[in-house]
Design a protein around this ligand. Structure first.
Ligand code: SDX
Length: 430
């Protein structure tokens, strides 16, 4: 990584600020000494121009619509690999050999059960509790169980906690679904692969044998690959900030789940499907496009737009292909929601407003149609996003812990409140 410098002049003061250049992508101006040298902060609400860290994990080129995990294009990983191979790549930085992959699969598989006491947390919820609320609670509760892997300064314990998190998310997600629909929990089966195991835990019932559909399992496994990591997005930044205080790793992941739930972030897949259902038929699309463009209307096209992608989200393209694959496999010839989605995309992409603001479909636009066709209720869509993103959160958390320059994250502010004033007794307040 090379560096040069820039000069910033504030009033009568000039300060030299180092410029750091990465392997690819924008360089950064190192402002870490700015306050000490000028008494001023930078100001960047929403962090549109702020790099919070150095990272080797994921690279996004928003203008070109490029997404690389450890340098490998998402299209190639989704085409040729499986989700646990992507987990290994994100955690260790290299694609596994056959022996390394077999060992990794074995280790994950043997951590899929949760402590039986976990079942008791579910009975406290109403059956109509949102599964994301259950996930925030239950993943946070894991921090009460595993005292043998919470010394985050110990690389071995960090890896044990990481494997447990990756392995147990499908089990907890399936339990959240089963509790929601009032069916008994189904335990993991070690002879099944990761995603087939998850499908069986969700859809098997004690009354009959459940046979995993390999086409659906492969499609869902690919969907997990697409959602695995995405640079310094809101939920990953939440996990990094929580982890920077040295908090329990399971509690940090629970914080990430809470942030992902928002409709502007991971909750958009649920919101996008509800939007498509509300639009209902293609003839009502112009009405909703007008609402999305109306500055006085808070309505936004859910599943459209992105802070980084100012081109087509490469994941959305793969997602769209997977949608057709799943609908074909299920014999769904004519899905009205897909008709609305395809028509909406075509109209929006030709509309001056969307072109000028560079708004394209993102990963959440098509995912809901696919997951609904697979049998998941809308309320489970963001849970599946959280299941897949857990490896990204864990990899980014580990990278932060191992970063020698790492310290607790503590932003400052521009204070616009009341100047200092004296207390007035209630008698004097009139
Ligand atoms: C994810 O960060 C990540 O990497 C996230 C993610 C990941 O993998 O972790 O990719 C996953 O969260 C995908 C995004 C899912 N969210 C949605 O689909 C919700 C709908 N989209 C938006 O709310 C919005 O596009 C965001 C939140 C995604 C991005 O917001 P920004 O970057 O803060 O952009 P903005 O809100 O400032 O919008 C810029 C302009 C605004 O108009 P002006 O004020 O400049 O006139 O574009 C408009 C917005 O009004 N705009 C939209 C729009 N998104 C932005 N107008 C209509 N419909 C939309 N969807």
């Amino acid at each position: 990584m090379s560096s040069s410098s820039s000069t910033l002049t504030v009033d009568d003061k000039s300060v030299d600020l180092a410029i750091k250049t990465g392997v690819i992508g924008p360089s950064v101006v190192d402002i870490s000494k700015l306050y000490g040298q000028t008494g001023m902060f930078t100001y960047d609400p929403g962090f549109t121009s702020t790099a919070s860290c150095e990272s080797k994990i994921t690279y996004i080129d928003g203008d070109e619509g490029v997404l690389l995990y450890r340098g490998y294009p998402i299209e190639q990983l989704a085409e040729h690999g499986d989700f646990l191979e992507t987990c290994y790549l994100l955690l260790y930085g290299e694609l596994p050999t056959a022996a390394q992959k077999a060992d990794f699969d074995y280790r994950v598989t043997r951590h899929t059960m949760v402590h039986d006491q976990m079942n008791r947390f579910f009975t406290g919820f109403r059956r109509d509790a949102h599964p994301m609320a259950i996930m925030v609670a239950c993943v946070g509760a894991l921090s009460a169980f595993y005292h043998d892997s919470t010394d985050i300064s110990d690389p071995h314990q960090r890896m044990v906690a990481s494997m447990r998190m990756i392995a147990k998310m499908p089990t907890l997600a399936a339990m959240a679904y089963k509790y929601h629909v009032g069916q008994p929990f189904v335990y993991p089966q070690n002879e099944l692969d990761y995603t087939s195991n998850f499908l069986r835990m969700c859809f098997a019932v004690p009354a009959e044998e459940y046979k995993v559909n390999p086409v659906l399992s492969r499609a869902l496994d690919r969907i997990f690959i697409l959602h695995a990591d995405h640079e310094q997005n809101a939920s990953t930044s939440t996990v990094r900030l929580a982890g920077s205080s040295g908090a329990n790793p399971f509690a940090c992941i629970a914080a990430g789940i809470a942030c992902l739930w928002g409709p502007a972030h991971g909750g958009a897949n649920e919101a996008a499907l509800k939007m498509l259902e509300e639009i209902g038929t293609p003839d009502r699309i112009p009405e909703y496009i007008a609402k999305a463009k109306d500055k006085n209307d808070p309505f936004r096209l859910m599943g459209f737009g992105h802070r980084v992608y100012k081109n087509y989200d490469p994941r959305a393209r793969i997602m769209q292909k997977t949608t057709h694959e799943v609908l074909n496999e299920l014999g769904i010839k004519d899905d009205p929601l897909l008709d609305v989605a395809v028509e909406l995309e075509q109209i929006a992409l030709k509309d001056e407003y969307f072109i000028e603001k560079k708004l394209y479909p993102n990963i959440d636009f098509y995912s809901g149609i696919t997951l609904k066709a697979m049998g998941f209720p809308t309320s489970m869509f963001t849970v599946l996003f959280a299941l897949a993103r857990t490896v990204g959160w864990i990899a980014q958390w580990s990278e932060m812990i191992e970063d020698p320059s790492q310290r607790i994250g503590r932003p400052r502010q521009l204070y616009v409140g009341s100047p200092k004033r004296d207390y007035v007794t209630v008698a004097q307040r009139g």
